[in-house]
Design a protein around this ligand. Structure first.
Ligand code: ZN
Ligand code: ZN
Length: 335
């Protein structure tokens, strides 16, 4: 990946042009960079998209016709969801992340590893004054996805606070937020990851149980099983573990996206039906979820952990380090 000069984008009707100051680096960037997702790669090529990054924060540089909620200079975030229609059945029933008319930052619209990026007024995220740009950037995808996944315990699975939630991949960019969010919302959290360093980091987040994946099954079964598991690990083995951890009629929230070459979910229809497992997908977030997340962040009970800072010219190195799982939590570049 190289730093190149390209034409500046122009904001169309209902769009903002944002001067990006900070952009988080997400595991999806690693997959896109490595070409793990052929469907997305084809979409990027057909749309002429050349810039990755979908956790951008900066200031509004200019606005297109019809924009009423934002002015030049406002601090905003440019998240993964760049636009959704707001009027189709999917949007109107509360699932705008799956809108068939959506535009996606870094897939159908150039991303935020750039000085300037476009976002629709609907999808732009107002950033509270108390949050620094560096803190806000990783919330644009990692934070809000973690929040949305935890929120689904209550909204989709009807699992109330007080229940045991296993978080698989708890030391990662998303997982470390999810652990804190789940605790702040009153769940009893078992944070699971691989290796001593990562488990120690998870323990430092104040979880009730910090477990290595190798010991998780026996430890959680001794508790009678988890009421739900949220899988952030982008490996099929993370899902295999989750299905073993959940008790009867437990929930599995799917977030991590393994390389499609790893195959399908490791559960048979018979296993699913006999165990009563309920599987719910979580996929980034939309406006009101950011508002909830910022309020929670403002209480001080959820904190981001930035393991790596850099600039645009460090991106190739950062992506490789993330591919090699060199550090816990999150990386951010300044632009
Ligand atoms: Zn992401
Ligand atoms: Zn829609």
């Amino acid at each position: 990946m190289a730093v190149q000069e390209i034409d500046a984008p122009h904001p169309g009707p209902g769009e903002l042009l944002v001067r990006i100051r900070s952009s988080g680096v997400c595991h999806s960037d690693v997959h896109q960079w490595k070409g793990d997702w052929p469907g997305e790669r084809a979409l990027m090529e057909s749309k002429g998209v050349r810039v990755l990054g979908h956790e951008g924060v900066g200031a509004v540089e200019s606005v297109g016709p019809g924009v009423s909620r934002f002015s030049v200079g406002d601090r905003v975030g440019v998240p993964w969801m760049n636009y959704w229609c707001g009027g189709c059945e999917v949007c109107l029933t509360g699932y705008a992340q799956w809108c068939p008319h959506a535009e996606v930052t870094s897939v159908t619209v150039n991303g935020t590893f750039a000085e300037l990026a476009k976002v629709s007024e609907r999808a732009a995220v107002p950033i509270p004054a108390a949050l620094s740009e560096e803190e806000a950037a990783p919330l644009m995808c990692a934070g809000v996805t973690a929040y949305g996944a935890v929120r689904r315990l209550a909204t989709e699975l009807r699992i109330p606070p007080g229940k045991i939630v296993a978080i698989v991949g708890a030391a990662g960019g998303l997982g470390h937020y999810a652990v804190q969010i789940a605790q702040a919302l009153g769940y009893r959290v078992a944070g699971i990851d691989v290796g001593e360093d990562r488990v120690r980091f998870v323990r430092g987040l104040g979880v009730e149980w910090a477990l290595d994946a190798s010991e998780a099954k026996s430890a959680i079964r001794a508790l009678g099983g988890a009421d739900a598991a949220i899988v952030f690990t982008p490996k099929l083995s993370g899902y295999e573990l989750a299905f073993k951890l959940t008790r009867l009629v437990g929930g599995v929230v799917a977030v991590g996206i393994p390389d499609p070459k790893e195959g399908a979910l490791p559960i048979t229809p018979a296993g699913l039906i006999n165990h009563g497992t309920r599987i719910v997908p979580a996929n980034v977030g939309v406006s009101y979820e950011f508002d909830d997340l910022f309020r929670l962040y403002g209480t001080g009970r959820v904190k981001g952990h930035l393991a790596r800072r850099g600039t645009l010219s460090d991106l190739s190195a950062i992506l490789q380090e993330m591919a090699d799982a060199k550090y816990v939590a999150r990386a951010v570049v300044t632009i």
